[in-house]
Design a binder for this molecule. Structure first.
Ligand code: ZN
Length: 400
């Protein structure tokens, strides 16, 4: 997630929030059996080959789309060439951002087009979205969105490093940091539509929001909570690689955690390999593809370790980025207009959204010299492996 919009939003909320606590905070806690499972060893690098690709049978190709997401669509065209219908999971999308309600920098420019954004995501091949929560309120909003789109939207629950001062702020809802943590834990355990614990981590690029000490303290405390919650992690690390790894991989806690994704990766090759060798996954979006150096790193990320994200409304691929040259032939998804000239059915300039995730896959494939299908299928397999609640197996079965 990117600030400062989120920060501004928090400031706005403080002025408009009702005095009573939002109802989501009182969700019943459901103790998941998975919290008692413990990882007995440190995760090893994910070097096992991907599960063999299973083509659809003709009868299942046209089944309704909620069922058809468990295997990719693949058919033979009349000329014998294989046709592939992509299936994406956008693992990092900030759909609670005000921009998707038509609000930019605190000003309403157009009506909410959130449902259009969701429809476009589906039309573009997104089968699931993992909506980022970056503080308690936003995580509750993400979960509400997930309950409105069951099986399609999942939420993360956690506090972003740049919002970690909320734990210590008397102006925020739960007045005590430990009480705040408890509410987070309750929310994270309240629904099977919470797909991950996060966004948590460290961000030393934006210390004005929270200093290092505050970030580290609450990163550590949230990792403690994550052990109890028993969900995989959605992680943010920016300009803080050493401290991030030190805290995350601290024993014995690390072996009790359920692994994780380091999203919006912009680090060096060395940093990437340390994370991959610890068994972590690497989330790639437009921000991970800005410079030639970024592209050299992405080239090396093993297919078995990558996931696709947009981080919308942020991190779109811009014409000035090193990645743009790989998109010259990419067809436009929809007409793009400025926010002031918004029209129904149009993309908004400088507002990234899940429908644009194919651009990320296209660039990665070209940089790595593989097919887009290989990238998309690898990302799918990696995603449902780590974030197992996003898998299509019936929820009751998985919880057993
Ligand atoms: Zn982030």
């Amino acid at each position: 997630m990117h600030l400062p919009t989120a920060f501004l939003r928090v400031a706005l909320r403080r002025t408009v929030l009702p005095s009573s606590k939002p109802s989501f905070i009182n969700f019943p806690i459901r103790h998941l059996s998975s919290t008692t499972h413990k990882m007995s060893t440190i995760p090893t690098p994910p070097i096992t080959p991907l599960t063999p690709f299973t083509p659809l049978t003709p009868s299942s190709i046209h089944s309704n789309d909620t069922d058809a997401t468990s295997v990719a669509d693949e058919t033979e065209s009349q000329d014998g060439n294989e046709e592939y219908t992509p299936r994406y999971i956008d693992v990092g999308i900030n759909l609670t951002d005000p921009m998707f309600s038509g609000i930019y920098h605190g000003k309403q420019y157009h009506e909410s087009d959130l449902e259009d954004v969701i429809s476009r995501a589906k039309e573009s091949g997104c089968k699931k979205l993992l909506v980022t929560g970056s503080d308690l309120i936003e995580s509750g909003e993400a979960l509400k969105m997930a309950t409105e789109h069951p099986g399609f939207i999942f939420a993360t629950v956690g506090v972003h490093p740049c919002s970690s001062s909320q734990f210590e702020s008397p102006t925020h809802l739960p007045e005590d940091g430990e009480e705040y943590l408890q509410k987070l834990k309750e929310l994270a355990m309240s629904s099977p539509q919470v797909g991950a614990f996060g966004e948590i981590g460290l961000d030393y690029d934006r210390l004005s929001y929270a200093d290092k000490e505050t970030q580290n303290k609450w990163f550590s405390r949230q990792l403690d909570i994550a052990v109890e919650v028993g969900l995989p992690l959605f992680l943010h690390s920016r300009a803080a690689a050493d401290d991030f790894e030190k805290e995350l991989l601290k024993m014995p806690r690390w072996e009790k955690l359920k692994g994780g994704l380091v999203h919006s990766f912009t680090g060096t090759k060395e940093e990437m390999w340390k994370l991959v060798n610890a068994g972590l996954y690497i989330g790639i979006n437009g921000c991970s593809l800005k410079t030639e150096e970024n592209l050299e790193v992405v080239k090396e990320v093993p297919l078995e370790s990558l996931m696709l994200e947009t981080d919308g409304p942020w991190c779109e691929i811009k014409r000035t980025h090193a990645s743009a040259k790989y998109l010259e032939e990419a067809p436009p998804i929809a007409p793009t207009v400025k926010n002031k000239k918004w029209k129904k059915g149009c993309l908004v300039k400088d507002r990234n959204e899940p429908a644009l995730i194919s651009n990320v896959a296209t660039v990665i494939a070209k940089v790595k010299g593989v097919t887009t299908k290989e990238v998309i299928e690898a990302a799918w397999e990696n995603t449902v492996k780590l974030f197992s609640r996003l898998d299509d197996a019936p929820a009751e079965k998985k919880e057993e």
